[in-house]
Design a protein around this ligand. Sequence first.
Ligand SMILES: *Cc1c(COP(=O)(O)O)cnc(C)c1O
Length: 375
Amino acid sequence: MSAAGAGRHTTARAEQPRVATLLVGGGRPVRVPGAQVNVPVDLNSTYVVGGPVEYGRHGNAVWEAFEDVVGRLEGGRALVFGSGMAAVAAALSLVPIGGRVVAPDRGYNGTCALLARLARDGVLVVDWVDIEDSGSVRRKLPGAALLWTESPVNPTLEVPDVPALVTAARAARGVGDGPLVVADNTFATPLLRTPLDDGVDVVVHSATKGLAGHSDVLLGVAVARDEALLARLEQHRALHGAIAGPAETWLALRGLRTLHLRHERGCANAAELAGRLAGHPAVTRVRYPGFGTILAIEVGSPERADAVCAAVDVWTHATSLGGVESLLERRRRHPEEPLSVPEDLVRLSVGVEDVEDLWADLDTALRRAASGTPG
Ligand SMILES: *Cc1c(COP(=O)(O)O)cnc(C)c1O
């Protein structure tokens, strides 16, 4: 549907606009006198016969605008979905019945839970691997249908060597058709990583997080270059009804306009906090890959971790990540979280507030938790 509607949108003058220019100028209506500057929210289920889209489950002008920007950021064609998990499920639908998936033994808990469910139901087979150990992943690849990667890993912040994994997957392709390589790029965002350029076949995002960036919508996206794969993902979206609401997509596009600015401040804040936390007496380990807006700390015990989360004031004790506001939570409070995630690990999603306020609040909460003083 994006291709059919491509002529309805323009970008800035440059053939290959730089990232900031693309974020701001992509997916805008064609500039004719009186034209709207923003694509309007298109609230229609059906359209008069003869146009590019006839029914709302197959396309929407707001989807096209959002997909235009995200697709060009990632270097492929994007398809928007109703949530990150809808995009994950679409990518997993590429596995033939009974096919084998090589997947990280810890990673986003929704993806792990879906894979485990599909394995229990006999839909596919899962080989759980330590995704940072490229050698052991490589040994599992011959005959596999799909390799799932996530970089950095949620919430342990490990960074798998995606180019090496792609090379290994390609080498294994002599045996059958697979494995396809899928990368969940939610944590890195296309500002830090464009996995399609590393040879990954499908990129998925929870656009709920950094892309939309304001904790006000759930949305997902899948991006690929291969038209046959895109056709299957698009058909999955339409036939499973895994579609995004036009209003949610509009909000996500509005959020996307400032991704680079939010990202710059969030990354600077995260780097500053990571450095200070490394020397904090109440912190036993800081997990920070050296980039991005997410970090994790270990604080000695789950009780202490809960006490830190209860004692904050500037930070919000809530799940999710990638928004303008700083959030924290102890991940193992979720029963479905992989057991290899430490029980005392607190994930920090660093927002765009003043870093001194973030630090003062966190420092106070950590000291209170360590001394047993109620927050
Ligand atoms: C949140 C998240 C998802 C799922 O996205 P939803 O929008 O919540 O459905 C998938 N992958 C990662 C890495 C996430 O953080």
